[in-house]
Design a protein. Structure first.
Length: 154
């Protein structure tokens, strides 16, 4: 690939979920038992670049947004790649069951935004993007699957 063909931006995504019980509770056992499989599926998906994880291989112990809020943050080549993973893979099995494991969050819980290729957002940066989306609705700074924006310079 020539330098001109290298992507200048990648898609960052943050989604949060408010747990319906303790992560080690029987209510969340099926969710926890699927984490490794679903994370592996993401990593093997076309367009996947990176995901936030701790030493256990997931991010469930990272509670930056509250004791009962878990985080998923990742980087993808483009919106289409992330959409394919989220809505057209075995991930949908878990997605369909989210009401069993998570409380409803009335405001935006997913934010997408473009980052320079190679950049890994901090949790503060991700939180700021989610806050912008909640306050301003979808913009080029933070958007959703329903209203996307092209990468800068695209």
């Amino acid at each position: 690939m020539t330098d001109a063909a290298l992507p200048r931006h990648e898609l960052a995504q943050l989604n949060i979920a408010r747990l319906a019980g303790p992560i080690d509770s029987p209510r969340l056992a099926d969710f926890v038992s699927n984490l490794e499989r679903i994370n592996g599926l993401a990593e093997a998906s076309p367009g996947f670049v990176w995901r936030l994880q701790d030493e256990t291989g997931d991010a469930t112990a990272i509670r930056h947004f509250g004791d009962d809020v878990i985080i998923n943050m990742s980087i993808w080549r483009d919106v289409a790649s992330l959409q394919d993973y989220v809505y057209r893979s075995a991930h949908t099995e878990v997605l369909r069951r989210r009401q069993e494991w998570f409380e409803k969050i009335r405001e935006s819980y997913l934010a997408l935004w473009w980052v320079p290729a190679g950049h890994r957002p901090s949790l503060d940066e991700a939180g700021s993007r989610l806050k912008r989306l909640r306050e301003n609705g979808p913009t080029a700074e933070a958007f959703t699957f329903k209203k996307t924006f092209a990468a800068p310079g695209a």
